[in-house]
Design a protein around this ligand. Structure first.
Ligand SMILES: [Zn+2]
Ligand SMILES: [Zn+2]
Length: 327
């Protein structure tokens, strides 16, 4: 499924098989998660994708062909958003490859997983825990690991607010509850479905994101791309609390009085992931155990999956299945 220009629907096309370069694996795509970042790319809010582009950066694939040093032929691997980092810039050299000056992002700078075949740099692939089916594993690869990084940057909050209850939130909520945190879920006022979903996953409270929180929070994670949530979340956190924005794009943040930030409150974003984030999530997900809720679509219905995400009509995460993978 190919993007030719921002704002256009993806087109189903027959492409030549991708050729793995040195250190790369050829993968048969078993499932590929649909991320909000894909929507930002398709809608033109992220402005520099390669074009034409095969989107998709939550790839669960089976190593086809000869395999590599870490993953032999037939192994199941995951391919996340960070497709490659340069290994030489000051960020890579200081353990912050998520901030690499010359990164390659899967499904943005190189073709991704809305396809039957993909190639990936083996060093940046992740193992997939056996406990997960192909479709169930896909949302771990971005929603899950960006969600986990967002939680880790929030410190060690006893009372955690989660703003926007989609794919990332539904995973991070389970991890947070497992770690003994009290979770408060904030959604659009009229989104009773999302609020019920949050309670099912262990949130002790769920309600309107723009109304006052039921009690002070120690940290808040924002996954919805709505700038007005930033002052709302700052208002909800106690002194010393952190507000962490987990998305790659957000509408403009309205100005707000300094007193919302005063009291050593911290506001920060999360950018991308490191391989260590990915490996941590793959270790802990089966222990929690994180159960992902997915809605599968045949690959050819990628536009419908994106439309459902845009409209906020998904419970959990959308996953595309190439027909060859048995969708
Ligand atoms: Zn770098
Ligand atoms: Zn993503």
């Amino acid at each position: 499924m190919v993007l030719h220009g921002p704002g256009e629907p993806l087109r189903m096309e027959e492409l030549p098989d991708p050729e793995p370069g040195p250190g790369e694996l050829l993968l048969q795509v078993l499932a590929c998660g649909v991320c909000r970042t894909d929507l930002h790319i398709v809608d033109g809010e992220l402005r520099e994708p390669k074009l034409p582009l095969v989107p998709g950066h939550q790839i669960v694939g089976r190593v086809a062909g000869k395999g590599g040093a870490r993953f032999p032929a037939g192994a199941r691997v995951g391919v996340p958003w960070l497709g490659r980092a340069c290994g030489r810039c000051p960020y890579c050299l200081s353990g912050r490859e998520n901030l690499c000056d010359a990164p390659t992002f899967t499904g943005y700078d190189r073709d991704g997983g809305y396809a039957e075949l993909a190639v990936a740099d083996e060093r940046f692939c992740l193992p997939i825990p056996d406990a997960y089916g192909d479709a169930e594993a896909a949302p771990l690869l971005c929603a899950g690991l960006i969600g986990l990084r967002t939680l880790r940057l929030a410190g060690d909050p006893a009372r955690l607010g989660i703003y926007g209850f989609g794919a990332a939130a539904h995973i991070v909520c389970q991890v947070a509850v497992h770690e003994g945190r009290r979770v408060f879920a904030f959604t659009r006022a009229d989104d009773g479905d999302a609020q019920a979903f949050a309670r099912e996953l262990g949130a002790e409270w769920a309600g309107d994101s723009l109304a006052p929180a039921p009690e002070k929070l120690d940290a808040a994670l924002i996954f919805a791309p709505a700038g007005e949530l930033v002052p709302a979340a700052l208002r909800a956190v106690a002194k010393g609390g952190a507000v962490v924005c987990g998305g790659i794009h957000m509408s403009d943040i309205p100005s707000f009085p300094y007193e919302l930030l005063w009291g050593e409150r911290v506001l920060r974003s999360v950018a991308n992931l490191t391989r260590a984030d990915g490996e941590e999530l793959m270790r802990i997900a089966p222990r929690v155990p994180v159960r992902t809720q997915v809605e599968s679509f045949p690959l050819g219905r990628a536009n419908e999956a994106l439309a459902r995400l845009r409209a906020g009509e998904l419970r959990g995460a959308a996953v595309l299945r190439p027909l060859a993978a048995g969708a």
